[in-house]
Design a protein around this ligand. Structure first.
Ligand code: KG4
Ligand code: ZN
Length: 354
C-alpha cells in the first residue's frame, strides 16, 4: 500500500494507545495499554490516576509499537495525536509526547479529534487482512462511547453534519451506571453484554425515550427506570433491606437483557431513520459501545433489509486505540493540515455542531 505512514497517539481517557498506520487504512502496529483493571477498584475513572498511568505507560507502548512495525520514528511521515475531547491531564501526556517526537525528528504534527477517530476506525484494516471495501459516501455514522452519543452525516471525507446527539447521558455511561446498579462492576458495557447473553427469560420491559421524530437520544430516564426496576426486583426476591445481598444471577441476566434491548432498539431505529433520510449509501458504527454484539447484530440485520452496507470495526478497534487516530490523522495530513507546537488540549472539543 502507498500513502503516508502515520505514528498516532491516543491518551484521551483510560487507554494509552500508539499505532503506526499506512495510507490511513493499513495497521502496521497497534498497541493499547488499558487502565480498566486500575479503575475497576474505584468503579470509575479518577482523572489524576488516569493521567499518571498514561505517563507511566506511554513510552513502553511507543517502544512496543515501533518494534511491532519494524520502524523508527525517522521513518514516519507525520505524528498524529488526539487533542480532544477528553480528560485534560490525560490528553496532555499524549500531546507532549507527540510534540517532542515531532520536534526532535522534524516531523509534521497533526491534531486529531478523538470522535473523528471513532468514525475513521471504519477504514482500518489489520496487518495481513484482505483488502476491505471502504465506506461509501454519503454515509451516516453513529458514534456511541462512554462520553458521547451522536449521529452525523458525511457527504465526503472530514465533512460532518450533526443529525442528532444525546441530550443527557451517553449510551456507554448508561451501560456503566446500570452495570453498577446490577452489581456487575466496571466497565458496565461488556459485563451487561455477558450477563444478557445468559438470559433465559426475555420479558423484562424497560422504557424507550423516543423524543418524537428527532434524531436526538436520551438515556437518563432509562437509568432512573432501571433503578426503580432493580429495586422492585429486590422487593420481589425478599432482599430489599439487604444491600449486601446480590440478586439471583438469572434475575440479573434478565434485567441486563431488558436494559440492553432498550438501548439497542433506540440506537438502531434512529440510525436507520437517519440513513433513509440522508439517502445514505453506507452506515458506519463506532465508539466503545459499538463493541456490543446485540447492537452490531441488530444494525446489520435492519440495514440489510434496506440494502445498505454497514461497516463496524472489530470490537478492539471500537474501543479507544491509536490506530483510529492514525486513520483520521492521515486524511488531515493529506489535505495539508498541520498543528503547531502550541497545540493544546481541548477537553470539550466538538466534532460538529448544529
Ligand atoms: O470509546 P470508548 O472506549 O471510550 C470513550 O471514548 O468513552 O468507550 C467506552 C465505553 C464504556 O462506557 C464501556 O462500558 C462501553 O464503551 N463498552 C460497551 C461494550 N464494550 C465497551 N458497551 C456495551 N457493550 C460492550 N460490549
Ligand atoms: Zn472513545
Amino acid at each position: 500500500m502507498t500513502g503516508p505512514l502515520i505514528l498516532a497517539i491516543e491518551s484521551s481517557c483510560d487507554e494509552t494507545g500508539i499505532a503506526l498506520v499506512e495510507g490511513g487504512r493499513r495497521i502496521r502496529a497497534n498497541v493499547v495499554a488499558s487502565q480498566v483493571a486500575l479503575h475497576a477498584e474505584t468503579g470509575g475513572i479518577v482523572p489524576e490516576v488516569a493521567a499518571r498511568a498514561h505517563l507511566r505507560w506511554i513510552l513502553p507502548v511507543l517502544d512496543e509499537a515501533l518494534a511491532g512495525a519494524g520502524a523508527a520514528v525517522g521513518d514516519v511521515d507525520a505524528v498524529a495525536v488526539t487533542y480532544g475531547p477528553g480528560l485534560a491531564g490525560s490528553l496532555l501526556v499524549g500531546i507532549n509526547v507527540a510534540k517532542t517526537l515531532a520536534w526532535v525528528h522534524e516531523k509534521p504534527l497533526i491534531g486529531v479529534n478523538h470522535l473523528e477517530g471513532h468514525v475513521y476506525a471504519a477504514w482500518l484494516m489489520d496487518p495481513g487482512q484482505d483488502e476491505l471495501a471502504e465506506p461509501v459516501f454519503p454515509l451516516v455514522a453513529l458514534v456511541v462511547s462512554g462520553g458521547h452519543t451522536f449521529l452525523v452525516e458525511m457527504r465526503d471525507h472530514l465533512e460532518y453534519r450533526l443529525l442528532g446527539q444525546t441530550v443527557d447521558d451517553a449510551a456507554g455511561e448508561a451501560f456503566d451506571k446500570v452495570g453498577r446498579l446490577l452489581g456487575l462492576g466496571y466497565p458496565g458495557g461488556p459485563a451487561i453484554q455477558r450477563a444478557a447473553e445468559a438470559a433465559v427469560q426475555h420479558d423484562a420491559a424497560f422504557p424507550r425515550a423516543w423524543l418524537g421524530e428527532t434524531l436526538d437520544f436520551s438515556f437518563s430516564g432509562l437509568k432512573t427506570a432501571a433503578r426503580r426496576i432493580v429495586e422492585g426486583a429486590r422487593v420481589e426476591e425478599g432482599i430489599a433491606g439487604e444491600p449486601e445481598t446480590a440478586l439471583p444471577d438469572g434475575r440479573i441476566a434478565e434485567l441486563a437483557w431488558g436494559f440492553q434491548a432498550s438501548v439497542v432498539d433506540v440506537l438502531v431505529t434512529k440510525t436507520i431513520r437517519a440513513a433513509r433520510a440522508a439517502g445514505a449509501r453506507s452506515i458506519v458504527l463506532g465508539g466503545g459501545v459499538a463493541a456490543n454484539g446485540a447492537l452490531r447484530d441488530r444494525l446489520l440485520e435492519e440495514a440489510a433489509g434496506l440494502g445498505i452496507p454497514v461497516v463496524i470495526p472489530r470490537p478492539g478497534l471500537c474501543t479507544d486505540n491509536g490506530a483510529m487516530i492514525g486513520a483520521a490523522g492521515a486524511r488531515r495530513f493529506e489535505v495539508g493540515e498541520r498543528a503547531g507546537l502550541d497545540l493544546d488540549a481541548r477537553p470539550s472539543l466538538p466534532l460538529a455542531t448544529r
